[in-house]
Design a protein around this ligand. Structure first.
Ligand code: ZN
Length: 246
């Protein structure tokens, strides 16, 4: 079984299609595991929701998904994110809204647990440091946990079975990472709005037969997405950041 692992699509249809094409070229996939924030920021929220639902899909909710359907108040968001959340809420239809509203916060796909932020706080917490990582390692009931939210790819490994001092390491590109049972937290990076100073969408594929996970990056037509965002009057800051991967 091959699972295509996507996070933070953020309504960027061009980035999503580029990932699909690349994943098909690399041997395809049987199921999509989506780690949340399918909508928000970008110009095609409804189309992105519909597109991932064309496949076998396991998805969890992100903070921007919840903001788009009114499950959380966007008052914590910065001005640009809030404006985009309000715009997004007006773009999705009743069926898309129902789908987003029904998403669970956590999904166990053994040997993985899928969550947007962290197991300690599935929607809000950014898992980027030792404290947040050890909080999630302590709650993990599977060997591996997949997270998104920060849009930054990484592997975080438990050292010597001690969840207190996990180690963050690079999640290499195009190189197989062997899943040997050692407990790990894995972030595949962001599809629709990468934030690791590389504007190329990032995603991962898990192969259960080989027990490996691989991360890949693709290029896409950034200008096309930006044109759509301009036409929709989305905030300039959100349009510009796509050039920089920030
Ligand atoms: Zn996000």
């Amino acid at each position: 079984m091959r699972a295509l692992i996507l996070s933070d699509i953020h309504a960027n249809l061009e980035a999503l299609e580029a990932v699909f094409a690349d994943a098909q070229d690399r041997g395809g996939f049987d199921v999509i595991w989506c780690l949340g924030d399918t909508v928000g920021y970008g110009p095609d929220p409804g189309a992105c929701v519909d597109r991932i639902r064309e496949f076998d899909l396991v998805a969890v909710a992100g903070n921007h998904d919840h903001a788009a359907v009114g499950l959380i108040d966007a008052h914590d968001f910065n001005a640009a994110a809030k404006a985009a959340a309000e715009w997004t809420a007006g773009q999705i239809d009743a069926g898309q809204r129902e789908f987003i509203t029904s998403l669970p916060m956590v999904s166990v796909q053994d040997p993985f647990t899928l969550v947007h932020g962290s197991l300690r706080d599935p929607i809000v917490e950014y898992l980027l440091d030792r404290d947040s990582a050890s909080g999630t390692l302590a709650l993990m009931e599977t060997a591996y946990c997949l997270v998104g939210h920060s849009h930054i790819p990484f592997l975080c490994c438990e050292v010597d079975g001690n969840p207190q001092f996990p180690e963050f390491v690079d999640f290499p590109e195009d190189a197989p990472v062997v899943l040997d049972g050692e407990r790990r937290i894995i972030n595949p990076g962001g599809v629709g709005q990468p934030r690791d100073r590389d504007p190329r969408p990032s995603y991962a594929v898990y192969d259960s037969e080989e027990a490996i996970i691989k991360r890949h990056r693709v290029t896409y037509d950034i200008a096309k997405t930006q044109e759509k965002m301009k036409a929709a009057d989305l905030p300039e800051r959100l349009i510009e950041r796509l050039d920089h991967g920030l």
